[in-house]
Write a protein that binds this ligand. Structure first.
Ligand code: HEC
Ligand code: HEC
Ligand code: HEC
Ligand code: HEC
Length: 121
């Protein structure tokens, strides 16, 4: 026969295990990064506002047009690979941004290519 006391202990243990489970689930689920709406890049030439969502929705661009490293279907920050100083195999982060942002604007004949139309002081 299970006593009332045993039953209470069992319920208590079950409750603790349940809570532990919920906490673990909540803290170890891999965070899915949200697609940013807009991003502000701070740098010494003046901040640059990038309308991420407009570039995707309104200018009909594909993720891979910019996230050119999509092989494994994950989106990484450009900085994961492009560092402050580059070399002949790997452009620096500033060169990577300038080449990609300006390059595409020139290609499309749309979007800013002048320094101060991107860099607002
Ligand atoms: C016109 C270029 C462009 C297009 C198109 C684009 N992105 Fe981005 N995205 C960027 C840039 C630039 C960043 C900022 C990266 C950085 O700060 O190093 C970024 C950042 C992100 C981030 C945040 C990454 C992080 O770790 O913080 C996610 C998520 C993302 N983009 C998803 C997408 C998805 C999904 C698509 C397609 C639906 C897409 N992007 C299309 C340029 C673009
Ligand atoms: C996983 C690593 C990785 C990430 C993340 C990454 N790149 Fe690159 N990128 C490279 C490598 C490696 C090269 C040189 C080889 C090549 O051209 O693919 C490169 C080259 C470039 C070039 C030179 C032109 C070209 O295509 O050859 C540009 C511009 C560029 N990256 C922009 C970006 C931008 C902007 C982002 C973020 C939206 C980004 N990269 C994210 C690895 C990465
Ligand atoms: C693959 C092509 C492509 C890339 C890469 C790209 N753009 Fe653009 N961008 C466009 C197009 C197309 C427009 C639309 C211009 C119009 O319709 O007037 C635009 C417009 C803009 C505008 C003005 C309108 C707005 O939405 O604010 C800014 C500012 C801008 N881009 C900044 C950037 C920056 C900063 C980057 C790099 C982080 C970038 N773009 C990368 C294609 C691109
Ligand atoms: C299409 C938009 C765009 C245009 C046009 C543009 N830039 Fe930039 N610039 C950026 C972005 C984006 C960054 C990267 C900010 C970061 O590293 O977070 C940047 C970074 C820089 C930096 C900082 C680099 C570093 O080493 O810290 C300097 C300096 C700079 N730009 C100067 C210029 C000059 C000068 C011009 C004109 C010849 C110019 N930019 C044109 C978007 C632009």
């Amino acid at each position: 026969m299970t006593s009332k006391r045993d039953l209470k202990v069992a319920v208590l243990i079950m409750t603790v295990l349940l809570i532990t489970g919920i906490v673990c689930y909540a803290s170890f689920r891999s965070p899915v990064p949200e697609n940013p709406v807009r991003l502000m890049f701070q740098n010494k030439a003046g901040e640059v506002l990038f309308t991420h969502q407009a570039h995707v929705d309104d200018y009909s661009l594909e993720c891979i047009d910019c996230h050119h490293n999509l092989e494994d279907n994950d989106i990484y920050n450009c900085r994961e690979c492009h560092e402050e100083t580059g070399d002949e195999d790997m452009p620096s982060i500033a060169d990577a941004f300038h080449a990609q942002c300006k390059g595409c604007h020139e290609e499309y004949g749309a979007g800013p290519v002048e320094c101060n139309s991107c860099h607002n002081l």
